[in-house]
Design a protein around this ligand. Structure first.
Ligand code: DX5
Ligand code: ZN
Length: 220
């Protein structure tokens, strides 16, 4: 039975009680914690950076899935690795040197992810796919939580799963943005679902988590 990993986006947490929020999410049984790093240049918003990631690392043993929405990601890979990232994902659109960055992340002993903006076709990854551990398919334009899932991204996720099978690659397919129990069913090929508004801000987080994990064909 399909059971995607669930990675709540901490961007949707109550920052005045971040430690308690993380403890509560961990107790709920989430799989990873998704940490959105925004620089106000690559995306039109700022979030948090290294000191906050270090603090998060101190209060959890869950894998930290670090989504770098920053220009010049090569400048910060080592610092984010040291701060406690387990998965380091940079944007395809933020560098002409994706291969070099993947190699560098592996040299740092971390899992390497590449994120694609909604308008970037998955086919750009056809050669490098066997080298990466994760592909983060953005289902909203990066920069803000709480946006609506862009419907055409569902077809991209399907094409990525086909490409992965053709290249006999093993990269995890992560879908990030606007994920709810409804939109999760549009991307049954996802191995990792990121959810901010749809999980962290849900009135009943336990119920939201269960709904995200249900296979799309299973009646609720
Ligand atoms: C968007 C971020 C997402 C976002 C997800 O720039 O990369 O991870 O926090 O939040 P929701 O689930 O609310 O769209
Ligand atoms: Zn993200």
């Amino acid at each position: 039975m399909r059971r995607p990993l669930i990675a709540p986006s901490l961007l949707a947490a109550d920052f005045t009680r971040l430690g308690e929020e993380i403890t509560a999410l961990e107790a709920l049984g989430v799989d990873w914690l998704h940490c959105d790093i925004m620089d106000g240049v690559f995306v039109p918003n700022l979030s948090f950076g290294l000191p906050v990631l270090e603090a998060i690392r101190q209060v959890t043993t869950l894998p930290l899935d670090v989504h770098l929405m920053i220009i010049h990601p090569e400048r910060y890979l080592e610092a984010f690795a040291q701060a406690g990232a387990d998965v380091l994902t940079f944007h395809w659109e933020a560098t002409p040197h994706a291969d070099r960055l993947v190699q560098e992340i592996h040299r740092l002993g971390k899992k390497a992810g590449i994120a694609l903006n909604p308008a970037t076709p998955v086919e750009v990854l056809q050669d490098i796919l066997p080298e990466v551990d994760l592909v983060c398919v953005m289902s909203v334009n990066p920069g803000f939580g709480g946006q609506r899932f862009i419907p055409y991204v569902a077809a991209k996720v399907q094409r990525l799963a086909e490409l992965r099978a053709r290249c006999r690659a093993h990269a995890l397919i992560e879908v990030d943005g606007g994920i709810t129990s409804e939109t999760a069913a549009w991307v049954p090929q996802a191995d990792v679902l990121v959810a901010g508004q749809g999980l962290v801000r849900a009135a009943d987080r336990a119920q939201a988590l269960q709904a995200l994990r249900l296979p799309p064909s299973t009646p609720a």
